[in-house]
Design a protein around this ligand. Structure first.
Ligand SMILES: NC(=O)c1ccc[n+]([C@@H]2O[C@H](COP(=O)([O-])OP(=O)(O)OC[C@H]3O[C@@H](n4cnc5c(N)ncnc54)[C@H](OP(=O)(O)O)[C@@H]3O)[C@@H](O)[C@H]2O)c1
Length: 280
């Protein structure tokens, strides 16, 4: 039995979708109505990381688990690992982040992910760490302004990011959960090429068949836009992260996706074509 957390989110949803047809699968979610995966042996447990009783129900009989946490500053990884150890889980595959490898990255989110990784490594369980670069799907936050005004507003439009398709991350996660020899492995996951926000705007324009204008946000407008969506400490961490991207820290391409999956990593053009509906 494999347990997938985060199955109502970007990466976990894909992991669950890939596993459901052929594997005994359990989902842990606070929103079971969103976990509609089709398969002969799929069970959904209502609960979450702050509900120990639900963790025990979800983890009993589980061999391997995919762990996604997103409450920055919370100790959800530690809570999950305590329960996993008590239930005899053997292997954890943890969704972390590429920034943990960068000594210049010292923002709140990266420090939290480093601490989560340390908890996983010291858990006594077998583990695999996935360290993805920015998700291509982050551009979905542009969809409302693209739809209503035909405009993309972003910081540092000419700075590149070797962003990765979440479906590739999910395929690597499935590989790690189901294949031998993944214990103790750390996979840094990028897309096939660095792309800038200006280039992504051009790709989306082509896919949608309509002109899109790129509007560079200055630091103050960017801060204010982030504060509309996030608490101040998270907004500051994201600005710090954008500054590192501007300095070139996120442009490096690595070979883990092709090496593990035996095919090239998906391009942003492919991601955009497959998600055009979300911007139309
Ligand atoms: N976006 C990026 O560019 C990027 C890059 C690198 C790394 N990451 C990392 O990716 C992770 C987020 O992955 P994602 O974007 O796929 O997720 P997401 O779309 O943000 O969804 C979050 C998931 O976490 C689950 N969750 C949150 N709190 C929970 C709780 N208390 N109990 C149980 N489940 C809980 C939610 O499930 P329910 O609400 O259904 O319970 C949901 O399925 C973060 O750790 C982030 O640091 C992101």
């Amino acid at each position: 039995m494999i347990l997938v957390t985060g199955a109502t989110g970007t990466v976990g949803r894909e992991v669950a979708r890939l596993l459901a047809p052929g594997r005994p699968l359990r989902i842990l979610t606070r929103r079971p109505e969103l976990a509609t995966f089709q398969g002969p042996d799929v069970t959904v447990v209502r609960g979450g990381f702050t509900d120990p009783e639900s963790l025990h129900r979800a983890l009993t009989g589980v061999r391997a688990a995919f762990l996604v946490t997103n409450q920055v500053g919370e100790e959800d990884d530690a809570r999950f690992i305590d329960a996993a150890r008590a239930c005899g889980v053997r292997h954890l595959v943890k969704l972390s982040a590429a920034a943990v490898e960068d000594p210049e990255a010292d923002d709140l989110i990266t420090r939290w992910q480093r601490e989560n990784e340390r908890t996983v490594r010291e858990s006594g369980l077998a583990w695999t760490l996935l360290r993805p670069r920015s998700f291509m799907s982050n551009t979905l936050s542009w969809a409302p302004a693209i739809r209503s005004e035909g405009v993309v507003r972003a910081l540092h439009g000419e700075s590149a990011n070797a962003c990765v398709d979440p479906r590739d991350i999910a395929e690597v996660a499935v590989h790690a959960l189901t294949q031998d020899g993944q214990e103790g492995r750390v996979h840094a996951l990028s897309g096939p090429e660095p792309v800038t926000a200006l280039e992504q705007t051009a790709v989306l324009s082509k896919v949608l068949g309509r002109p899109l204008r790129f509007e560079e946000l200055g630091p103050e407008r960017a801060r204010s836009a982030l504060l509309d969506r996030y608490p101040e400490v998270i907004a500051e961490a994201l600005l710090h992260s954008a500054g590192r991207q501007r300095a070139g820290a996120k442009a490096r391409v690595n070979s883990a996706v092709p090496a593990l999956l035996g095919r090239p990593a998906r391009t942003f053009d492919t991601w955009a074509a497959d998600h055009a509906q979300a911007f139309a």
